[in-house]
Design a protein around this ligand. Structure first.
Ligand SMILES: NC(=O)c1ccc[n+]([C@@H]2O[C@H](COP(=O)([O-])OP(=O)(O)OC[C@H]3O[C@@H](n4cnc5c(N)ncnc54)[C@H](OP(=O)(O)O)[C@@H]3O)[C@@H](O)[C@H]2O)c1
Length: 265
């Protein structure tokens, strides 16, 4: 099957105001894909439009300022799709938040906030947009997961749980949609240089991620677009990310030992 071609298509990208979502929106527009760009910070979506250039942005960028956890934002996205032909070719569920710290020291609200943004919002947005994706005849749902949705680590229990949930749901949805010409692509980045660690939920200030290297958001966005174009079911990004995920698949007891050693046990 030929590569998926963004030119002339309509996409929704959530979390388009910074990091991976912003860069992916720019890259899609550069390939003549019209993007419905969703985020809470309107000034940042304005920056994105300025970066793209007013004339092109007026035509190709359709900003929606809203919170993906709010049903009325999801309704607004649906209305925008309807008013642009009623066919959606690409949905990128990218908006996400994290939290760092031991499970025992956190309360219920950290778990609920993270699950609302990272899992329930993309699931319900997808449910709402499925009729429009199915009418494309050649659509892609791209879910931005994480390597921590394949192998969980300490001090990120809520985040890992949300990304494992997204992973499991993506696998089930992919199988359900096989006959509908809707591809489901799960992209699992490792540590990415973005604003992600500035907005951690109910976490100690200065909390960081221990990982082997990091990629800039632009590189993750380019790898995401390549995965969409090649209709990949799943991609795990970066050497450190692959090491974590594939070592765990081959020998989970070794990974348990490594994590125990890092915890000084
Ligand atoms: N950074 C990493 O190390 C890393 C690693 C693996 C996976 N990921 C995943 O990659 C995705 C993008 O993260 P990033 O690194 O690009 O982080 P980022 O720069 O912080 O971007 C997150 C985006 O999500 C949006 N967002 C957050 N909560 C939202 C809400 N309730 N409603 C609407 N938009 C919301 C933010 O926009 P507003 O604040 O303007 O709403 C922002 O545009 C996330 O799903 C994350 O879990 C990141």
């Amino acid at each position: 099957m030929a590569h998926w071609n963004p030119s002339g298509k309509l996409a929704v990208v959530t979390g388009a105001s910074s990091g991976i979502g912003r860069s992916l929106s720019e890259q899609l527009v550069a390939r003549q894909c019209r993007v419905i760009a969703v985020a809470r910070r309107g000034d940042r979506l304005q920056d994105l439009a300025d970066q793209i250039g007013r004339e092109v942005a007026d035509e190709m960028l359709l900003p929606i300022v809203g919170d993906v956890t709010a049903p009325d934002t999801r309704e607004q996205i649906e209305s925008m799709v309807q008013s642009h032909g009623g066919t959606l070719d690409l949905l990128v569920n990218n908006a996400g938040i994290g939290g760092i710290g031991p499970f025992e020291q956190a309360n219920e609200s950290r778990l609920r906030k993270i699950m609302e943004v990272n899992f329930f919002a993309p699931v319900e947005l997808t449910r709402r947009l499925l009729p429009y994706l199915k009418s494309s005849g050649d659509a892609v749902i791209c879910n931005i997961g994480s390597v921590l949705g394949h192998r969980a680590v300490p001090d990120k229990s809520e985040y890992c749980a949300s990304k494992f949930a997204m992973h499991g749901w993506s696998d089930a949805l992919r199988a359900e949609l096989v006959a509908e010409s809707v591809q489901v692509t799960l992209v699992s980045p490792s540590t990415t240089r973005s604003e992600f660690f500035d907005t951690l939920v109910e976490s100690d200030s200065g909390a960081t991620s221990k990982s082997i290297g990091s990629w800039p958001a632009e590189r993750v966005a380019a790898a995401t677009l390549a995965a969409i174009r090649k209709r990949r079911a799943e991609v795990v990004l970066s050497v450190g990310g692959k090491l974590l995920v594939y070592a765990d698949r081959i020998c989970p007891s070794l990974m348990n030992w490594v994590l125990r050693k890092r915890a000084g046990k």
